[in-house]
Ligand binder design. Structure first.
Ligand code: SF4
Length: 288
């Protein structure tokens, strides 16, 4: 027997055809899964601090991808993964936190809010599988920072050029709204990941005011000189933060490519391209 009755409702991955239950257990063959069954699991805020503080980049991505510190978000992400949206009823859902994705030594960092319930929470890759991500990856490709115009699922061959994308909160929240406590509980993962790549980063594109505030908090926590009062978010607004040796990192504000912003024309493709192009130029990345 190979059907659902034999394997607990497992469904085939769109890229590999391998069958997975939802949510996906770590280390069972999902493309780009950073964890394995032995990866330690954070179960509360204190263990997030503990497990993030000693991790290298590979370990941090693995550990955050199995985190269970926020009870409400764990319940929501797994419920969504089991119930699924009708359009994706034949697919397995990742149903776990979304680690940062892209270059391990990026010159550009993109900071978003949180994964979407039927986007990253389904595909296992940040900004992948929803309309916001479609906008972002199409623009990254137009300006030469992604090798393909679409990011559809882990294992699709997509690759970022000197760029890494992270979410401030790693689990899909109901209504896209994490609580302050959930944001703060997840913050050590973000700070650790940014700290581990900060040496190479020259430009940070902050999607929406949430991404902007999260990036400012992270660089302040990492000991960068951050202007006070904190610079205000705006589209195409920039601000510089400085490392202790004087090296500057530019923060660039960008309206979030949410459907609310793209449907209403608040953010156009040209506006998004212009910000990413400027980031590429600030970070001195040669075109593909
Ligand atoms: Fe863990 Fe962050 Fe998800 Fe909370 S939001 S369970 S801290 S990964």
């Amino acid at each position: 027997m190979t059907g659902p009755a034999a394997d607990g409702g497992a469904l085939p991955h769109p890229a590999t055809g391998q069958r997975f239950v939802s949510p996906v257990p770590p280390g069972t063959g999902w493309p780009e899964d950073p964890a394995d069954p032995a990866t330690p699991v954070a179960t509360d805020a204190a263990s997030v601090v503990d497990l993030s503080s000693t991790a290298d980049l590979t370990q941090a991505c693995a550990r955050m991808s199995v985190c269970r510190a926020c009870a409400r978000l764990v319940q929501w992400r797994e419920e969504v993964a089991r119930d699924k949206r009708r359009a994706y009823a034949a697919q397995p859902y990742w149903g776990r936190p979304i680690a940062g994705w892209g270059a391990p030594k990026p010159r550009i960092l993109i900071v978003g809010l949180a994964p979407a319930a039927h986007g990253g929470n389904r595909t296992g890759r940040v900004f992948t599988g929803d309309r916001s991500g479609d906008w972002l990856f199409a623009s990254l490709h137009r300006v030469g920072l992604a090798t393909q115009p679409i990011s559809s699922h882990a294992g699709d061959g997509q690759r970022l050029v000197d760029t890494r994308v992270v979410a401030a909160v790693r689990c899909a929240p109901p209504d896209n709204k994490p609580t302050i406590t959930e944001r703060d509980t997840c913050q050590p993962w973000l700070h650790r990941e940014i700290g581990l790549v900060a040496n190479s980063v020259r430009c940070v594109v902050c999607l929406g005011s949430y991404g902007w505030a999260a990036a400012l908090r992270a660089f302040r926590a990492l000991g960068f000189d951050v202007p006070r009062p904190a610079p205000r978010f705006g589209h195409a607004v920039d601000a510089a933060v400085h490392r202790s040796d004087g090296v500057a990192v530019t923060l660039l504000g960008c309206y979030h490519p949410s459907q609310q912003n793209t449907f209403t024309g608040k953010l156009t493709e040209a506006m998004l391209d212009a910000v990413l192009l400027r980031a590429r130029e600030d970070a001195a990345i040669d075109r593909l």
